[in-house]
Design a protein around this ligand. Structure first.
Ligand SMILES: Nc1nc2c(ncn2[C@@H]2O[C@H](COP(=O)(O)OP(=O)(O)OP(=O)(O)O)[C@@H](O)[C@H]2O)c(=O)[nH]1
Ligand SMILES: [Mg+2]
Length: 329
């Protein structure tokens, strides 16, 4: 079987796109082409239980020994091995995908690709390997960027400088100065030009990390910095009055970059301000019709920053356009 078909039931384009990404990721362990189709014979059926027609179909086939089915549901379903909640909780995507890939590999051992690379013990090393692979494929494209860089942007005091300090392989360079105006109520120092850090990737290439200044009067700097970047991490401080408006602001400010690469959103200061919840961000992001993931992040914690970068790499690995999920040739 060269091709594994994927059927969906009444999903929106954005949901289908997200799922195509999920299955593209899962198919890394399987040499198959995934296609999304409505109707027709399918190897994988995705039931969206919010859709009455799909619910009926699922109830009918529940007892069938269908090789693979995935259920999207608002509610937990205890007797299923895994369920995608709807809207998909993107911060759970990576563990979900890993579980799904393992499960599928077991069910398709006859046609599975050669065993996946053994997981590296250190998630930071794994991240660097994956970033190296994405960077190489980008550099080999015609007219590609010469300079490998990632942008970390977002609201004042969201933790951009901190995130770079947490993950950089070199002591970061920053241009923080004492805050003088309204910002001084939030924090003592603020970034005026940029933060700069570096990651040394597995093959020795340098990935530059640029943190933009949070104050809006420096937005022109952010736009200059973002040209030709590999991707974007937006950090939003959950303490501000209207953090969802901040999300809109940054998604629009970086439209060009976001359209040609990928964006991941990290919500910070949740220990101090738990509301709004991540689902509010996810719903807001759906209005952009792109499956950008949202993560809870404490930029002082390396594991959190790695998780966000991991998600960005996943997005970049699959950012060849909607439905470009043909797996490996
Ligand atoms: N409690 C808590 N503190 C955080 C969190 N994220 C960042 N901080 C702290 O918030 C402060 C501001 O962080 P910075 O990294 O300077 O923020 P920034 O985004 O670079 O700010 P600007 O450059 O002024 O835009 C630092 O003291 C961080 O340690 C978080 O999730 N929780
Ligand atoms: Mg800063």
């Amino acid at each position: 079987m060269d091709q594994l078909n994927l059927s969906t039931e009444g999903m929106t384009d954005a949901e289908q796109m997200l799922l195509s990404m999920i299955f593209s990721f899962a198919s890394d362990q399987l040499t198959r082409t995934w296609t999304i189709q409505q109707g027709g014979p399918s190897d994988v059926v995705i039931y969206d239980l919010a859709n009455p027609r799909a619910r009926v179909a699922w109830e009918r086939h529940r007892q069938d020994a269908h090789p693979i089915s995935v259920v999207l549901s608002e509610d937990p379903i205890p007797d299923l091995p895994w369920v995608l909640q709807k809207p998909v909780r993107t911060q759970h995507l990576i563990p979900f995908l890993n579980g799904l890939s393992d499960w599928m590999a077991q069910h398709h051992t006859a046609t599975a690709a050669t065993a996946a690379a053994p997981p590296s013990a250190d998630p930071f090393d794994t991240l660097k390997q994956r970033l190296g692979a994405v960077a190489s494929s980008r550099l080999s494209q015609a007219g590609a960027l010469q300079d490998l860089k990632l942008i970390i942007s977002g609201s004042v005091a969201a933790g951009k400088s901190t995130a770079i300090r947490t993950i950089s392989d070199i002591p970061p360079i920053n241009t923080d100065v004492p805050a003088t105006d309204a910002v001084s109520f939030l924090k003592a120092r603020t970034t005026v030009a940029l933060d700069y850090g570096e990651l040394t990737l597995a093959d020795g290439k340098k990935l530059r990390l640029y943190g933009t200044p949070g104050q809006r009067r420096y937005d022109f700097m952010s736009k200059i910095l973002s040209r030709g970047a590999l991707g974007l991490v937006v950090l939003i401080d959950n303490r501000v009055d209207n953090p969802l408006a901040e999300l809109d602001y940054y998604a629009s400010m970086f439209t060009d970059l976001v359209n040609e690469s990928a964006m991941v959103v990290g919500v910070t200061h949740r220990d101090q301000a738990p509301e709004p919840g991540l689902d509010r961000y996810e719903r807001r992001l759906q209005t952009f019709h792109k499956p950008w993931p949202v993560f809870p992040v404490d930029p002082r914690k390396k594991a959190d920053v790695i998780a966000v970068f991991d998600a960005l790499v996943t997005m970049l690995e699959h950012s060849r356009g909607p439905y470009a999920v043909a797996g490996r040739p």
